[in-house]
Design a protein around this ligand. Structure first.
Ligand code: ADP
Length: 238
């Protein structure tokens, strides 16, 4: 691992969606860095480009222009298959709607990133799954199916799935968007605890309370980065 450089570096990233005669400039000239161990929140009003930026950062999509350097490697224009390999090796994902697979048990869902990689024995997988479920206080539900859990519990299982393979970065897209305030707070406490243990987290949210849990807030407006100076201390005293 190359520790003397940012984990992520975007240089002048633009994204244009083309549909029939219409061009939508979703992102323009986005330049930013994310360092190892940071907890960054991407904030801004609906339609400002947060999901588009997260898709590019999470290698679900390519930018239309600009450069994306991940861990020292230029990944700006690599093919979808190669993106999938890097995504599985380096990234964990948490979604607003949990995205657990309904006919797999809790333990099987959490094991998925390890199963896809195919480089661990069943015993190693089982140990890592137990460790991840312990961390999110869900080890008493390993044999349950997602439909038998509350929303808050499902999101904690999704967090376990995101961390099980020790990714370089965790992406969370509106992780509290489908939760009541008490479950939302519990998931945010969990993300903060993971950050305190050294995890790098990049979260998209329009919920100001959740955004304030991050260490740094990147604000987008109309596809442009308008502020990347808010640190947690400034937010708390505001
Ligand atoms: P946010 O997540 O902040 O709500 P998005 O990233 O979803 O914003 O969208 C940014 C802009 O790009 C919006 O104008 C949206 O309509 C447009 N957009 C997003 N995805 C697509 C797409 N697949 N095709 C065309 N336009 C899109």
């Amino acid at each position: 691992m190359k520790n003397n450089q940012p984990l992520i570096e975007l240089k002048d990233i633009g994204k244009i969606f083309y549909s029939e005669e219409l061009e939508t400039h979703a992102l323009a000239a986005i330049s930013l860095q994310i360092n190892r161990g940071e907890f960054v929140s991407i904030a801004g009003p609906s339609g400002c480009g947060k999901s588009t930026l997260l898709s590019i950062l999470g290698l679900l999509d390519n930018g239309s222009s600009g450069q994306f350097i991940l861990n020292g490697q230029d990944v700006s224009t690599i093919a979808a298959a190669q993106r999938a390999v890097i995504r599985n090796r380096e990234m964990g994902f948490i979604f607003q709607s949990f995205n657990l697979i309904s006919d797999l048990t809790v333990a099987e869902n959490v094991a998925l990133p390890l199963t896809y990689r195919g480089d661990k024995s069943r015993r190693e997988i089982s140990e890592l799954v137990n460790k991840a479920l312990n961390k999110v206080n869900m080890s008493h539900r390993t044999g349950h199916f997602p439909s038998q859990l509350s929303g808050g519990q499902q999101q904690r299982v999704a967090v376990a799935r995101a961390i099980v393979a020790s990714p370089a970065i965790i992406f969370a897209d509106e992780p509290t968007g489908n939760l009541d305030s008490s479950n939302a707070q519990s998931v945010m406490r969990l993300l903060k605890a993971l950050h305190e243990e050294g995890a790098t987290i990049c979260m998209v949210t329009h919920d100001q309370q959740s955004a304030a849990s991050a260490q740094r807030i990147i604000e987008l407006f109309d596809g442009k980065l308008v502020d990347d100076s808010k640190q947690i201390s400034a937010v708390k005293s505001a």
